[in-house]
Design a protein around this ligand. Sequence first.
Ligand SMILES: Cc1cc2nc3c(=O)[nH]c(=O)nc-3n(C[C@H](O)[C@H](O)[C@H](O)COP(=O)(O)O)c2cc1C
Length: 472
Amino acid sequence: MEDMSRDEKRLLRHLRRNQTVVTEKVPRSGHTLLQRPTSSSDFTASSPNETNAKQSGATNVTGTTGASSTSDTTGANSVGNQQAAHTSFPAVLPPLKLGNITVPFPVVLSPMAGVTNWPFRVICEQFCPGGLFIDEMITARALVANNVKAWRLARFAPSEKIRSIQLYGVNPHFVEKAAQLIVQKVHPDHIDLNYGCPVPKITRHGGGSALPWKQDLFREDIRRVVRVCAPENIPVTVKIRTGIDADHLTYLDAVQIAQDEGCAAVILHARTTAEYYGGHSDWSAIARLKQKLDIPVIGNGDVFSAEDALDMVRQTGCDGVAIGRGAQGRPWLFADIQHAFAGSDERFNPDLGEVCHIMLQQAHMLVDFYDGNERMAVHDMRKHTAWYLRGFPVGGAVRRQFMECESIDQMKDVMDHLDHSLHILPGHTGMPHGRIQYQKKVHLPYGWLDSRTTTSEERTILFGEDPLDASY
Ligand SMILES: Cc1cc2nc3c(=O)[nH]c(=O)nc-3n(C[C@H](O)[C@H](O)[C@H](O)COP(=O)(O)O)c2cc1C
């Protein structure tokens, strides 16, 4: 107890006094991740390096789809969504059609730089076979330059059913070339284009969420990638924000361009660049897109619980739900959503022992991801560990010990001294965590907002500066 913060101690006392506050049911079967290993070999994952060729039957996966009716729920997301709240769609989603491929269960792991590499995607997919799990963004120019780190991101585990890659770029030449290389070498099932990144390093070069403002460039990037992918039947989607700020909204014309140019779906993170991650995303914008477009609309922003996912579907009528921060340290959220969409109130509430097992499994896969470099794997695990431990009353000292680990054995040592029967304290499930940042000054190239098309001078300046390493 002495290591715990005041809040943790208070919540633990409350939990002991009133055990009934933890009401979620914990299914023990069907999810192999929650079965403890019997030996360390249980953790080894085959390296995807040699298996990047598309496996037969990879595109049409069979899996569970949401079915039957859902119980009435009130979610945290009703605030800030009053505009959309009057509309009510049934929260039962059919499989998501992305051009030629079918996503049996229309829930998407939103791409996150430094997070959604193949080990994390495998963990999420095991909780929800049949979903779509998108790779973190990869910079087109870095792929073309044969950058080792960029190509490492373009790997898949053999178990991944839909091989989904996100590309980032500004210069249409590099974006097209990168798409060609990806198609030839990796044979993905789906390519998403990143037009939602708000970070200054990207937007000041006209990339990410700044790019849809320049309609000619946006159209050209998409057209070139669709042209590369069409002969291989690879669907292309775009992920966008609502605009640069409230006075410079881009999403309505951007999605029209995307649809006209042959995109298979759009993913809307319903915030502007200026909003960054602050406040609440405006789900009414997702509802508006649904009314405008023929292609599927995948809603994104502030889904932290199964109830939030139900609310988003009911309020917007979207065809799929994409989850970013809500999955950090909570990969079982995908299973919760699967249960919720099937009308079940079953939710995961893993104990610490089960979560440690997931952490070790991910750490072992990360060693493969980093080509055997355990130190890099364990360092990469640090942020995940902090997310996994959120809400567990383990105290600051334990968290610090994990942050100092340099090997998986050291992680195991720390784990051996924990009470594996602990559960996440009430109030820590389904709440926003991870990146919560507020209104930011938007950095754009000089004169960017003067016109909706690029001048030749602007293109010359931009394309020289398109950053090689464009991580979030
Ligand atoms: C750490 C982090 C990294 C991200 N990296 C990417 C990225 O590589 N590509 C992208 O399109 N969006 C990226 N995003 C945005 C998310 O995909 C998502 O759109 C955003 O977090 C809103 O969804 P959420 O409220 O479910 O988190 C990132 C977000 C976070 C927090």
